[in-house]
Design a protein around this ligand. Structure first.
Ligand code: ASP
Length: 302
């Protein structure tokens, strides 16, 4: 069986003019580290589930991406994170929404999948569950980054949820196919800058921002509300299943549909033959992949 791992670090308006060579090198370094961490697991015979969790933990720990450390700020200046993971072979999923101070929300999502009879835990309850099972937490200072704080100040001054100018960049995700042809998907985010009222995006919702079954695994990034309306992650699976499309065709049609409903963003997808697709309709998407047939590749712009 062909091995494959694809990752993303968010899609949106990435201004080429603001991307210095040094910053680009930093982003690529974050992507490469995650890619190597996840792929090493696949190469040593590990499961796709372990590979996507490890890749996403690495991206969560990397402060430039909007997940875990470096998450964006809510209207109240807090960091509330969403994450979802899915095991395609078992058709099992786990997710958490607006959790605080959890170092790796994706690992908490996996515990929800493996240790509870539920799929999604939210808010204080999810944090209580994390306490109970001894998940690693960090102080607010750990999650704080200057650039996210400045983004909130700009969004507050302009009175908008950060959608229109500086697009939400940095949600992270991974999809993988292991040696048994089993697929998994994982996605993690801080959500949108200046979000209010316990807003939850598409990321932790099965079939919207994250999905895996026996034939495809998908992780999405972009303006979450539109991914909810487009049922975007499952849309890739449905087009393969009901229209008989290839992964590439299905992923592309799904993004075309997102464009039709005015959504912006992208997705990464993998099938059981180790094919990967990484379409997006925004200016850029931090992304990378490695398969049995391809060396590690990272890209930012189209
Ligand atoms: N989809 C995420 C959300 O709406 C944001 C992102 O992908 O950057 O919460």
């Amino acid at each position: 069986m062909a091995l494959a791992l694809a990752i993303h670090g968010g899609a949106g308006t990435i201004h080429r003019s603001q991307m210095t060579p040094a910053l680009e090198a930093e982003y690529r370094n974050g992507l490469e580290t995650a890619l190597n961490t996840g792929y090493a697991i696949l190469e040593s015979g590990g499961t796709s589930l372990d590979a996507v969790e490890a890749a996403v933990c690495s991206l969560e720990d990397f402060p430039l991406f909007n997940a875990g450390r470096g998450s964006v700020f809510t209207h109240e200046g807090k960091q509330e994170m969403d994450a979802g993971i899915m095991d395609g072979h078992k058709l099992a999923a786990g997710a958490v929404a607006f959790v605080k101070n959890i170092r790796n929300p994706i690992s908490l999502a996996r515990k929800v999948m493996e240790q509870t009879e539920h799929v999604l835990l939210a808010g204080e309850g999810a944090n209580q569950f994390a306490d109970q099972i001894g998940m690693k937490t960090e102080t607010d200072e750990y999650f704080f980054t200057e650039h996210r704080w400045l983004q909130l100040q700009e969004a507050l001054a302009a009175g908008r949820i950060q959608l229109d100018h500086a697009k939400p960049i940095g949600t992270v995700g991974a999809v993988a196919c292991d040696k048994n042809g089993h697929l998994a998907a994982a996605t993690s985010t801080g959500g949108m800058t200046n979000k209010k009222y316990g807003r939850v995006g598409d990321t932790p919702l099965v079939g919207l921002g994250n999905y895996a079954d026996e034939s495809v695994a998908v992780s999405c990034t972009g303006h979450g509300e539109y991914f909810m309306l487009g049922v975007t992650a499952y849309d890739v699976a449905a087009r393969i299943k009901y229209k008989g499309l290839s992964l590439e065709e299905s992923a592309r049609e799904t993004i075309d549909h997102l464009t039709e409903i005015n959504g912006e963003g992208g997705l990464i997808a993998v099938d059981i033959n180790g094919n990967v697709a990484l379409p997006f309709n925004s200016e850029g998407m931090y992304r990378g992949y490695r398969t049995s047939n391809s060396p590690a590749i990272t890209e930012i712009f189209s």
